[in-house]
Design a protein around this ligand. Structure first.
Ligand code: SF4
Ligand code: SF4
Length: 222
């Protein structure tokens, strides 16, 4: 989602790479679950998040959509997000002890929080959101904080997904044909989320096959 506020207002003014140390450590969040509550539709999920959730929970995307995920337009393109519960306005995966019940396969945005990503020149760096977590006081290496296997592959995937979406969102901003926009969103959902991935194969390999196919189908430049 595009953010209109300046980096200076929300960060410590620095940009970080994955090997840098950043003050994001929060003592294992003991007794706090603030960033798992009242987040509205803002925890938007990408294809890897959905792959991890469907494998980790052994449920397909459509089953998850019944109560734990929702679909919402993000700058004109419909994408899945974590659906806060109606009663408590908290994440459906937050357990009674106030801990994440899917910690091992939690979504990418939960992994980086309270870091954010600043994209530029077909790449990105991280920034620390200084107003989001009152406890981020201890220094930790960015890569360790994010705790994602195959970090280099993952970063390249994040970049490629971001810029693919950005091109679609730029198109959606100009488009006046609502029906065409709905068709485009449905295509993206089906191509990257609804159609199950083969769990016996590498996720990234399958993602790039789908991305190439989508770019061809949508006549986008490689
Ligand atoms: S707000 Fe900070 S301390 Fe609280 S759960 Fe989130 S990351 Fe942990
Ligand atoms: S998935 Fe886990 S870390 Fe992310 S918002 Fe839900 S409970 Fe919190």
């Amino acid at each position: 989602m595009k953010r209109q506020i300046s980096l200076e207002e929300i960060s410590d003014g620095k940009l970080y790479d994955s090997n840098d140390m950043v003050k994001a450590g929060c003592n294992d969040c003991k007794g706090c679950s603030d960033c798992c509550r009242g987040m509205g539709n803002s925890i938007v999920l990408d294809p890897l998040d959905i792959y991890r959730l469907t494998v980790g929970l052994q449920q397909d995307f459509e089953t998850l959509l019944q109560d734990r995920l929702a679909l919402n337009a993000v700058d004109g393109i419909v994408l899945p997000n974590l659906k806060m519960t109606e009663e408590g306005e908290h994440c459906p995966f937050l357990n009674e002890e106030g801990r994440c019940s899917i910690h091992v396969f939690r979504p990418g945005l939960c992994r980086i929080f309270p870091l954010g990503r600043h994209y530029e020149n077909h790449s990105f760096r991280y920034f620390l959101q200084i107003h989001e977590c009152s406890r981020n006081q201890t220094k930790v290496k960015v890569r360790k904080w994010i705790d994602t296997p195959e970090p280099a592959k993952n970063e390249q995937y994040i970049i490629d997904w971001h810029y693919f979406l950005k091109a679609l969102q730029a198109y959606a901003e100009q488009a006046e044909d609502e029906k065409l926009l709905r068709t485009l969103s449905m295509y993206v959902l089906k191509q990257f989320f609804i159609t199950a991935y083969d769990t016996g194969r590498d996720f990234y390999e399958q993602f790039y096959e789908r991305l190439r196919e989508a770019k061809r189908a949508l006549q986008m430049e490689e």
